[in-house]
Ligand binder design. Structure first.
Ligand code: PEP
Length: 248
């Protein structure tokens, strides 16, 4: 049985004060939730403060990115050691916004995943196709390529995969449960080719305009084990409702 996993990706949102207000409201809303991994990924500047606020709660901390070197002359970069020092146990790697705006390649993503795992950080590894790729029926090829390249020489331990169709991110256009299930099933099959039965245990999250309104139907899909949530994670009540999804 795969433990559900619900993660908030705040992207470039929330000051320290806003992080504090969110958590002050959010922690009591989910304090009784058991058997679900609840993760928040604030911007770097809020990590340490968030880490202190969630101490002794059921919430875990993730960064939104990482660099693959431990230290040195890499202006603006943050190392795995620094993320652990700030209280992170997870890191998001390969988000489509990093691929698009920061030109991250599969090779760089693979290096980041390896560095994170070497330091014991768990990884939320994002993959997904663009609208153009979906319309030209390349979705499954893209997923296959991103899995193969991103996870090259990586064990699955500590890795959660997030299927995030780019056309659904921040657009209000959610994948239908059927579209999500098809992609998730395919991802699991691809993982099984490389990792055998271990693939059955890997959590595969859906990301792309997940909301309190559509989370229940998405979570009903057999291979959807959780969600990576952007916009709807910025308000405590909305994210708490997503954490408290209902499966039929
Ligand atoms: C994301 O950026 O990971 C995401 C899923 O965003 P949104 O929920 O806003 O589509």
């Amino acid at each position: 049985m795969r433990k559900p996993f619900i993660a908030a990706n705040w992207k470039m949102n929330k000051t320290l004060g806003e992080t504090r207000s969110f958590l002050t409201e959010f922690i009591p809303l989910v304090q009784d939730v058991k058997d679900i991994d609840i993760i928040i990924a604030p911007p770097f500047t809020s990590l340490q403060s968030a880490s202190e606020l969630i101490r002794n709660t059921n919430i875990k901390l993730s960064a939104q990115d990482i660099f693959y070197e431990d230290k040195g002359a890499y202006t603006g970069a943050i190392s795995p050691v620094m993320l652990k020092d700030a209280g992170c146990t997870y890191v998001i790697i390969g988000h489509s916004e990093r691929r698009q705006y920061f030109k991250e390649t599969d090779e760089v993503i693979n290096k980041k995943i390896k560095a994170a795992r070497q330091h014991g950080l768990n990884v939320i590894f994002c993959i997904g196709e663009s609208l153009e790729e979906r319309e030209s029926k390349k979705t499954l090829d893209i997923l296959k390529m991103e899995i193969t390249e991103g996870l090259r020489d990586v064990h699955l331990d500590g890795v959660v995969v997030a299927y995030e169709p780019i056309w659904a991110i921040g657009t209000g256009k959610t994948a239908t449960p059927e579209q999500a299930q098809e992609a998730h099933k395919y991802i699991r099959e691809q993982l099984a080719l490389n990792y055998g039965d271990r693939a059955k245990e890997v959590r595969i999250l859906y990301g792309g305009s997940a909301t309190p309104e559509n989370i229940d139907s998405l979570m009903n899909c057999e291979d959807v084990d959780g969600a990576l949530v952007g916009g709807a994670s910025l308000k405590a009540d909305s994210f708490a409702r997503i954490v408290k999804f209902k499966r039929q």
